[in-house]
Design a protein around this ligand. Structure first.
Ligand code: BV8
Length: 240
């Protein structure tokens, strides 16, 4: 498979929490994983939100308030450089992450299939907007809708049992990938984890970069074990 991006090679990248670990954002299933102290059902499902909005809101406000305090790392920056080097824009970045580090590293239009911490959504009128002013980040203060009377906006996050965003666009990109690069994900969460199998059956050359072998490691043509911030710059730096 041609590795050097030319006008033809389609590169598709999928990232998970591991690419943001070196920026100081905790992953989900590591020892200090986010879920510790919180069960999945309590804070990352619509049922948890219906059950105890204050607890879910505090969980997300803590993570939203962390965003201005962290920076993109060498892994995010290496992917942004690769995207900029692709002659015809034959590059798609799909992320499971809800932080804003890919965008801040210079990646244009990352597909946030699980939503974004910066955005809040109104369950009454459907409006979605960025709410990252200091007054929007207070741990126990809900944010109201600008567009209707609703005074409790929810995180614009895909919780478990909710449909991820942009699945059609993702499916199209993955099915036309020549190179599918997967970085920093344990392969636990579907349908994201199923994209590797789709890419492989569609003929992509599949490369994995992860601190530990993920659940679906046997599907990679090439697997690099280690930290994304160390492996990505030299690995993709040879491609252009
Ligand atoms: C859905 C937002 C219906 C929340 C998240 C089969 C098919 C379809 C669905 C399912 C299925 N089986 C089960 C399901 C249901 C469920 C699911 O997958 N459950 C799991 C727990 C089994 N899926 C859903 O509910 C999804 N919706 O199914 O809708 C549907 C039906 C048909 C077709 C489509 C849809 C919704 C899932 C989305 C849930 N929301 N996030 C929030 O963030 O607050 S998921 C959450 O997990 C994060 O987004 C996170 O990114 C994601 C995946 O985790 P990882 O990113 O992999 O993070 P993790 O900690 O696990 O791993 C990090 C890895 O990095 C580790 O391997 C580590 O070794 C490595 N690492 C660490 N440091 C580094 C590193 N690597 C490199 N460098 C480093 N420095």
């Amino acid at each position: 498979m041609p590795r050097t991006p030319d006008g033809e090679t389609n590169i598709v990248v999928l990232t998970g929490a591991g690419i943001s670990a070196e920026s100081g954002i905790r992953t989900f299933r590591g020892d200090d994983g986010l879920w510790e102290g919180h069960s999945l059902e309590e804070v990352a499902t619509p049922y948890g939100w219906a059950e105890d909005r204050h607890k879910v809101w505090r969980f997300y406000q803590q993570r939203r308030s962390q965003l201005p305090l962290v920076e993109p790392n060498a892994g995010h920056l290496a992917l942004a450089r690769l995207e900029a080097a692709m002659p015809n824009g034959n590059f798609t970045l799909i992320t499971q992450n809800v932080d804003d580090l890919h965008g801040r590293a210079g990646s244009n239009n990352p597909i946030h299939m699980h939503g974004e911490l910066r955005l809040l959504r109104c369950e009454v009128c459907g409006e979605v907007g960025e709410r990252m002013e200091p007054e929007h980040l207070e741990e126990s203060v809900f944010v109201g809708c600008d567009n209707c009377e609703n005074d409790i906006l929810r995180p614009h996050i895909v919780w478990f049992h909710e449909m991820p965003f942009e699945l059609e666009r993702i499916d199209k990109a993955v099915n036309s990938a020549d190179i599918f690069l997967v970085v920093g994900t344990s392969g636990h969460v579907y349908p994201a984890a199923g994209l590797l199998e789709i890419a492989r059956s569609a003929g992509a050359y599949c490369i994995g970069v992860n601190l530990e072998p993920p659940l679906n490691v046997e599907l990679f043509h090439e697997f690099h074990q280690g930290a994304a911030g160390k492996i990505l710059p030299p690995l993709i730096g040879e491609w252009y």
